[in-house]
Design a protein around this ligand. Sequence first.
Ligand code: NDP
Length: 334
Amino acid sequence: ILKDYVNGFVKESDMVLKSTTIKLKVPEDSPNSILVKNLYLSCDPYMRNRMSKLVDSYVDSFTPGYPISGYGVAKVVDSTHPNLNKGDLVWGITGWEEYSLIKSPETFFKIQHTDVPLSYYAGILGMAGTTAYFGFYEVCSPKNGETVFVSAASGAVGQLVGQFAKLLGCYVVGSAGSKEKVDLLKNKFGFDDAFNYKEEPDLNVALKRLFPDGIDIYFENVGGKMLNAVLLNMKLHGRIAVCGMISQYNLEQPEGVHNLFYLVSKRIRMEGFLVFDYYHNYPKFLEAVLPVIKEGKITYIEDIAEGLESAPAALIGLFSGRNVGKQLVVVAHE
Ligand code: NDP
């Protein structure tokens, strides 16, 4: 439960755990509803934005005093919905609680393929995977042989973008915040190179070293200083897919972006996107990504915290880089 709107850096104590007793049944006056047992919850950076009092945003603020919500994998335990039945497995936006009553489950996806770990639907086969897939293939317009830079590269989205780019035959470099993560990028995810942005005194110099001829595609996850340095290193007609800017989410005053005139002089296309504009193409995504997972062509790393009580720490860990790979919370086993 969110105690109150958050200003500045989110803390574990901004959330509190409470117990209550509920009937495991959809109330009679709730048609088209499902009651779900939550299995996996996904920790996502955008959830920090929802903890602030938002105006003019693409998402609503969480309501202080109530459980927060986010993507998760759940099992239907009771239903008054015509297409969702008891026992169905689903993924979509659910409460950070053991059981949730979902009054309009239209945005939920029914899980049809259970020959992969269920947790994947809170990550690689859920929001993070679709973000990486559509963000890279549709927003970046990538071509074989191009140079690609990914920030927050070892995280949920970044690790997948880098591997999609490698499958296409690109030269791929990632940045991350620790030696362990840099090793993962190079040795596990198959990036051509990687660097620890916290240890580079000058990000512009680091990027010049790794991309002597410049960057064709930047997959932007962090914003701030990194974006400023990337703009200095883009190639003519480069593309920047603005997926997120995690370095800014806890700041009361966002840092300024400099060097924007390079968009003009180098004819760069910089485009923001939101994953939910692509969900209608989810079947196409599954058709493309399930086989590469099953063939072992993609490596996917999850960081799974145990129990709802560990969820606040797991969520805020995203902002200090505590997570290694996709951060999830397992609430219950099926
Ligand atoms: P990650 O799994 O990558 O976790 C966040 C990571 O960000 C941390 O592990 C940390 O890694 C890095 N980080 C945290 N603070 C900073 C900072 N100040 N500067 C640089 N890096 C930082 O998260 P996701 O893969 O889920 O999300 C990545 C980005 O994608 C976010 O910006 C998110 O908002 C965005 N997103 C956008 C979507 C869309 O529809 N547009 C959908 C989903 C995600 P490290 O140790 O390397 O610093």
